[in-house]
Design a protein around this ligand. Structure first.
Ligand code: SAH
Ligand code: DHB
Ligand code: MG
Length: 228
């Protein structure tokens, strides 16, 4: 993914001034890198943004699809209200092992329920367990399945829940109907489903950062059918 040097420099500058990452978060990234996990965790600023959103609605139950090394999970665990829990789903057992160590090092293991399995299998299990409703959902796994995960998020949420979907813009692929990128096509299907969905108020925001050009969708679950 292309990454303009200015985007890297600005992230460096802002991370320095705002001191986004403490030791536990830095250690989670270092351990993930050392274990050979892909360097695709949310950035420090995005982590704090997720934390801020989740806290602003006083989340108690948070659902994350796609744990990787648990970097975003730690931010979300720190955001939950007292007695709250982050349920996070990871298909890759090796990623989950790294995540478990990072989550434990960060001291938030009692706030995290790490489920190892494909989200396609775990989400129906959560429904069967009557888990939720989740106040905040972070969708950040295999991109072609995003629409399915979003539909599950709707099923497992409540009026006022927020659903945040990462990596929607894919270096601009979102705007290219002829894109050969399966992730971009998955996000086009998702965006079009979002446009038809009357139960949410949603927007897509383009972003640049040290990871390149991408973006996210944020959806507020409405109580009744309405359009902003
Ligand atoms: N949220 C993390 C990054 C997640 S990267 C962070 O910001 O720190 C995407 C993760 O989704 C990878 O670890 C990948 O193994 C996982 N994944 C891919 N397909 C999946 C599936 N079907 N179910 C659950 N997890 C999946
Ligand atoms: C990719 C996945 C992510 O979750 C991300 O934030 C960036 C890139 C990827 O699979 O390329
Ligand atoms: Mg992501």
């Amino acid at each position: 993914m292309t990454s303009d040097s200015r985007w890297i420099d600005v992230d460096k500058y802002v991370n320095g001034v705002l001191a986004a990452d403490d030791e536990a978060l830095s250690a989670a990234i270092q351990a993930s890198d050392a274990a050979g996990l892909p360097p695709i965790s949310v950035t420090p600023q995005q982590g704090r943004f997720l934390y801020t959103l989740a806290r602003s609605i006083r989340s108690r139950a948070i659902l994350e699809v796609g744990t990787l090394g648990g970097y975003s999970t730690i931010w979300l665990a720190r955001a939950v209200e007292r007695g709250g829990l982050v349920t996070t789903i990871e298909a890759d057992a090796r990623h989950a092992e790294v995540a478990r160590a990072n989550i434990t090092r960060a001291g938030v293991e009692r706030l995290v329920d790490l489920r190892i399995g494909r989200a396609q299998d775990v989400l129906p299990q959560l429904e069967a367990e009557r888990a939720g409703p989740f106040d905040f959902v972070f969708i950040d796994a295999d991109k072609p399945s995003t629409t399915d995960y979003f539909n599950w998020a709707l099923k497992l949420s409540r009026q006022g829940s927020l659903i945040f979907v990462d990596n929607v813009v894919r270096n601009g692929g979102l705007g290219d109907a002829a894109s050969a990128d399966a992730d971009a096509q998955g996000m086009r299907r998702f965006t079009e489903a979002l446009g038809r969905e009357r139960r949410v108020t949603a927007s897509v925001i383009q972003t640049v950062c040290s990871k390149g050009y991408d973006g996210f969708a944020l959806a507020l679950v409405n109580g009744e059918e309405r359009r902003a």
